[in-house]
Write a protein that binds this ligand. Structure first.
Ligand code: PGA
Length: 264
């Protein structure tokens, strides 16, 4: 794993956005794995700005989101489809028909999960997958105890996740307790994985992800098995890591090497 520790959330968003910019510049028809939550919003704002500046185009890109609430239509303001349209898709040159979010209103959710897997495979697999992380170490809606080779499926949310996300729902509004989420195996198939985390309240989950044992108790720890995973965090989220100096040293060496290669 590449562990990148930066000053604050702004630097984390910029670093993460640059990985997507590089990917799109290298391969305009990239298959992008996208995420919802508070953390990716600043990264999406970066990508919108870079799209408007003409640095990147999404015209040939295809996207797949990690997850969706089961029971919400795509036009429901709390649905992740709605979030993605508002936060990214409506502001960039992507063809909306090339954007995929698991269908929260599927008549048969089990079949919908299989279809989602097929669509990812037909697109050639995900080139770069963006992830946030829950305080309990979840990635997508793969809560602790999720199978480490699981595929897209219906998952029940933990009480902790429901509480964390309650802030987005009005007090008397229906809040789903079920989701459709890419599985951990689906995420591991992505060619590159970029996990962003900021703030003190993610420090424990990041400690478990980076330095803990590989365990279903912290689904993100499975990234220790991925050949190209980048963990981009701010100082606050790194505050429980034992080896911060070592990670910073490796990253500084990486950057020196990249600068040297770029000069050649
Ligand atoms: P957050 O959610 O970015 O809103 O903290 C992350 C997640 O639960 O994956």
């Amino acid at each position: 794993m590449q562990i990148v520790i930066l000053k604050d959330a702004t630097e984390v968003a910029e670093y993460g956005a640059n990985l997507f910019v590089n990917q799109l510049q290298k391969k305009p028809a990239s298959v992008l794995g996208l995420a919802t939550g508070s953390t990716p919003v600043a990264l999406y704002q970066n990508l919108i700005a870079r799209n408007h500046a003409g640095d990147i185009s999404f015209a040939n890109a295809i996207s797949f989101n990690l997850d969706e609430y089961l029971g919400l239509d795509g036009d429901h303001p709390q649905s992740y489809r709605y979030f993605m349209n508002q936060q990214l898709f409506n502001h960039i040159d992507i063809d909306i028909n090339n954007t995929h979010v698991p269908p929260g209103n599927a008549a048969d959710p089990i079949v919908a999960c299989e279809v989602y897997e097929q669509q990812i495979a037909q697109a050639g697999g995900i080139d770069i997958q963006l992830l946030g992380i829950g305080r309990n170490g979840h990635i997508g809606f793969n809560e602790p105890s999720s199978g480490l080779t699981s595929r897209t499926r219906v998952k029940t949310l933990t009480k902790a996740t429901i509480e964390d996300n309650a802030r987005f729902f009005a007090e008397d509004e229906y809040q789903p307790h079920l989701s459709i989420t890419m599985g951990i195996g689906t995420i591991l198939d992505a060619k590159k994985v970029v996990l962003l985390a900021t703030g003190e309240n993610k420090a424990q989950a990041i400690k478990a992800t980076v330095e803990g044992p590989l365990t279903a108790a912290c689904p993100a720890s499975v990234l220790q098995m991925h050949r190209n995973a980048v963990i981009v965090i701010d100082e606050a989220a790194s505050s429980q890591l034992a080896d911060v100096d070592f990670y910073k040293h490796i990253e500084a060496e990486n950057q020196k090497l990249l600068a040297r290669l770029a000069r050649k």
